[in-house]
Design a protein around this ligand. Structure first.
Ligand code: 5GP
Ligand code: MN
Length: 339
C-alpha cells in the first residue's frame, strides 16, 4: 500500500464523466464497517462524486444514528435494485473484508460486474480478488485506513464533523476503546485530528455503548452467569447460545456484540469463544491474548478468519455438533494454551 495507490484510484475515477460508485462492506456490518463506509461516502460526496452504500444485510441499531446511515441500502431488502447498481457500477469499494464470501450473494454480483474493485482493509490473509489494494494488517481499523487515504490525497481539509464522527466510531470500536494492541501512536494522532475536526467522543460513546434495550443487558448477565463454561485445562472460556435464548431475550442484530470479550477478563484465560445458533448458520466469535492467535484457528476449522486476537467463523452443522467439533479441535492446542 502506498500514497500512489490513493492517487491511482482517484485518477481512475477521473477517467469517467460521472462514475457510478458503490461502497460495500461485510455482512452484519459492525462499527468499523459502517464507519468506514459512511466516512468514505461523505468524503467522495465532497469530492463531487455520487456514491451509493450497500450493506449485504441489516446492521445493529446502535449504529443507525451515524450520519447518513438512513441512505444505506440493505441488499436483502432490495436485492434487484442492488444487483442492477452493482452490474452498472464503474468502481466498487470493498471495505473491512478481504474475501468476497463475506458479502454473501452480493459477492457473485461483484465478480460478474465489469466494475473495478478497491479493497480497503486490515484483516490478515487477503484473498486478492481486487484491482486496487489499500491494505495494511497493522492498521487498527478500516476507518484509520480511510483517514490515511484522505491524508494521502492531501484532502484532510474536507474532513468535517460527519466524516470525523463516522471514522472515530469505527476506530473506537475496533480498538476496544483504544486498549487493544492494534492501537498505535498513529491511531491516537488520527483520533486527535478527528476530535479537532468535530467528533464528539462523549456523544459517540453514549450512542454506541449506552443504547441497548433492558432485555439485552439482562441477556448479558444471564449468558455470563448461566451459560459460561470455564475450561481451565485449556485456559479457555466458552459461551454457547441457542435459538430459544435469542428469542426469549428478544435480541436483535448487534445485541450479542461484546459478549465474547468478558471471558478474557478472568485471570489466566487466553482464549474466549462464543457460539450462537443464528437463523442461517452457527456463528462463532474468537478472542485471545498472549501468544495464542485465533485467525488461523478460525480459518482452519470454521471457514473464518480475521485478526490475530479477534476472529470469527461459521458452521453449517448443528449447534451441538459444532460445539463437539470445537472441543475436539481445542484439545490439539492444550500445550500452546498452557505455555
Ligand atoms: P466478530 O467475532 O466480532 O464477528 O468478528 C471478529 C473479527 O473477525 C472481525 O474483524 C470480523 O470481520 C472477522 N470475522 C468474523 N467472522 C468472520 C468470518 O466468518 N470470516 C472471516 N474471514 N472473518 C470473520
Ligand atoms: Mn475492522
Amino acid at each position: 500500500m502506498s500514497a500512489g495507490t490513493a492517487q491511482s484510484i482517484l485518477s481512475y475515477l477521473g477517467s469517467f464523466t460521472n462514475p457510478k460508485i458503490i461502497i460495500t462492506t461485510h455482512h452484519k456490518p459492525d462499527a468499523d464497517a459502517m464507519g468506514s463506509s459512511l466516512g468514505l461516502y461523505h468524503f467522495l460526496k465532497y469530492l463531487g462524486f455520487q456514491p451509493t452504500v450497500i450493506s449485504p444485510t441489516d446492521f445493529a441499531h446502535n449504529l443507525h444514528w451515524m450520519p447518513q446511515a438512513e441512505l444505506v441500502i440493505n441488499y436483502e431488502e432490495q436485492t434487484e435494485k442492488c444487483k442492477q447498481l452493482v452490474s452498472e457500477a464503474d468502481l466498487v469499494f470493498c471495505l473491512d473484508f478481504n474475501d468476497l464470501s463475506r458479502i454473501n450473494d452480493m459477492g457473485i454480483d461483484v465478480k460478474a460486474s465489469r466494475a473495478k474493485t478497491v479493497l480497503i482493509d486490515h484483516h490478515q490473509y487477503p484473498s486478492n480478488f481486487e484491482d486496487f489494494t489499500y491494505w495494511d494488517d497493522t492498521a487498527s481499523s478500516t476507518c484509520e485506513l480511510v483517514y490515511r487515504l484522505i491524508q494521502d490525497l492531501n484532502q484532510t481539509h474536507l474532513v468535517d464533523a460527519s466524516i470525523a464522527t463516522c471514522l472515530y466510531t469505527g476506530i473506537m470500536a475496533d480498538t476496544g476503546s483504544f486498549k487493544y494492541s492494534n492501537c498505535s501512536g498513529s491511531t491516537h494522532r488520527t483520533i486527535a485530528d478527528l476530535i479537532d475536526k468535530g467528533a464528539n467522543h462523549v456523544e459517540i460513546n453514549d450512542r454506541f455503548y449506552d443504547n441497548f434495550s433492558e432485555q439485552r443487558v439482562r441477556f448479558i448477565g444471564y449468558a455470563i452467569s448461566e451459560k459460561m463454561e470455564v475450561l481451565r485445562a485449556f485456559n479457555t472460556v466458552l459461551i454457547v447460545i441457542n435459538k430459544e435464548e435469542l428469542e426469549r431475550f428478544q435480541l436483535t442484530t448487534g445485541d450479542t456484540e461484546g459478549l465474547v470479550n468478558y471471558g478474557l477478563s478472568i485471570k489466566g484465560i487466553k482464549f474466549a469463544v462464543l457460539i450462537i445458533d443464528r437463523t442461517k448458520m452457527v456463528k462463532m466469535s474468537f478472542r485471545s491474548k498472549g501468544n495464542f492467535g485465533v485467525n488461523l484457528f478460525a480459518k482452519k476449522y470454521f471457514n473464518g478468519g480475521g485478526h490475530f486476537y479477534a476472529a470469527g467463523g461459521n458452521s453449517n452443522d448443528t449447534l451441538e455438533h459444532t460445539v463437539v467439533k470445537f472441543k475436539q479441535e481445542l484439545v490439539k492446542y492444550k500445550d500452546e494454551l498452557n505455555a
